[in-house]
Ligand binder design. Structure first.
Ligand code: SAM
Ligand code: SF4
Ligand code: SF4
Length: 343
């Protein structure tokens, strides 16, 4: 594939539009569904600093991806705000031609003090994760004794810095925080922020995922809609992962990300870059394609572009559409962890 053959499409005719960049595999939380403490405990070895892509390398790759059609960049991890001077990276990415949108997904722990400088550097949107308003439930899930109030402060600080509306991600796990669904909906109605309920996914191999712990999006919509009637909204952009709804009484918008019960692989235009520079064409891929090696061996932008184009052209991933109870139970595959690959 040469770049002259743009627009680029994979084997299922999906273009490359979004790049999720993991800037670190570390996190100060130990969410049970993502980095369970039994695995990510004291002895766990995270990537050494020299293996992480530098800001210059990240900006260069962002330019290469933008040249192939990427329009949206999202910084994630691990916890992206643990990476020092992240605002400098945001400013470098904001200068990339074609990158129309720069977003951040964060647990919020360090956001309140950084929201202003990030917004000033060119960050356009922020998604903050919060799984409950009840401290006991939230702390059970984050396993780091982190209180709800600090996340709410972070959301307010982001809005005050001009990053409103804030998206709030809530992973719903049966028997753990499903009772938090209605209080969360009540809290974020009429705030302008968009609460998104996420089905608990079988990412990685360490969280002990079971299908019966997934609360289907349809159930969540029926519970919330039973309290405050809802109506569906059209997707705001092609390839959007959340199904959108609005409260009929004008209370605002919510979303559900039904990656287990209603997979959306057909419209999946996302690539992921791990903190050590591997390109993953699916959240559930077992292996990535090393770009850091090429970068550090002196590859030209053209060579990098052609390499990425060739990978994307061969892409056939549609894990969620193929997922079955059986494969999940047997854990047949070697899937990368979400904290490493970037959520
Ligand atoms: N640390 C940041 C945060 O928590 O927002 C960014 C990285 S985190 C991996 C990105 C998103 O993935 C979060 O909203 C998190 O709740 C979600 N996530 C992690 N593990 C998940 C799982 N097993 N199923 C569904 N969502 C998950
Ligand atoms: Fe950390 Fe985010 Fe994973 Fe929680 S979901 S452990 S905050 S990376
Ligand atoms: Fe995209 Fe893979 Fe998720 Fe399907 S399973 S939506 S291909 S990341």
């Amino acid at each position: 594939m040469t770049v002259a053959e743009l627009p680029l499409a994979d084997t299922l005719a999906r273009p490359l539009r979004d790049l999720r960049i993991s800037v670190t595999d570390r996190c100060q939380f130990r969410c049970t569904y993502c980095m369970p403490r039994e695995i990510f405990g004291r002895g766990f070895v995270f990537l050494p600093r020299e293996q992480l892509l530098t800001f210059e390398e990240l900006a260069r790759l962002a330019r290469v991806f933008a040249g192939l059609g990427v329009r949206k960049l999202r910084l994630t991890g691990g916890e992206p705000l643990l990476r020092r001077d992240l605002d400098k990276l945001v400013a470098m990415l904001a200068a990339v031609d074609g990158a129309q949108d720069i977003a951040l997904t964060t647990n919020g722990a360090l956001l309140a003090g950084k929201a202003r400088v990030l917004a000033a550097a060119g960050l356009r949107r922020v998604t903050v994760s919060l799984d409950s308003l009840d401290d006991e439930v939230f702390m059970t899930l984050n396993d780091a004794r982190f209180p709800v109030a600090r996340v709410l402060e972070a959301i307010a600080a982001a809005a005050a810095a001009g990053l409103a509306p804030v998206k709030v991600n809530m992973v719903v796990r049966r028997g753990v925080n499903e009772r938090s669904v209605l209080p969360m909906a009540a809290h974020f109605r009429h705030t302008g922020h968009v609460l998104r309920f996420i089905e608990y996914m079988d990412v990685g191999t360490t969280n002990g995922w079971r299908l019966d712990e997934v609360v289907p999006a349809a159930e969540i919509i029926s519970v919330v809609g039973g309290q405050w009637p809802l109506e569906p909204l059209a997707p705001s952009c092609p390839g959007e992962v959340a199904a959108r709804y609005r409260y009929r009484d004008g209370g605002g918008e919510i979303g559900v990300i039904a990656s287990v019960t209603q997979p959306f692989c057909r419209g999946c235009t996302r690539a992921r870059l791990s903190a050590d520079g591997k390109l993953y064409t699916c959240l559930f891929a077992g292996t990535g394609h090393d770009l850091r090696g090429l970068l550090r061996a002196g590859a030209s932008d053209q060579a990098l572009r052609e390499h990425v184009a060739a990978i994307w052209t061969r892409r056939a991933d549609r894990y969620s559409e193929r997922r079955t109870r059986q494969t999940s139970r047997n854990k047949v595959s070697r899937k990368a962890e979400m904290s490493y690959i970037g959520g």
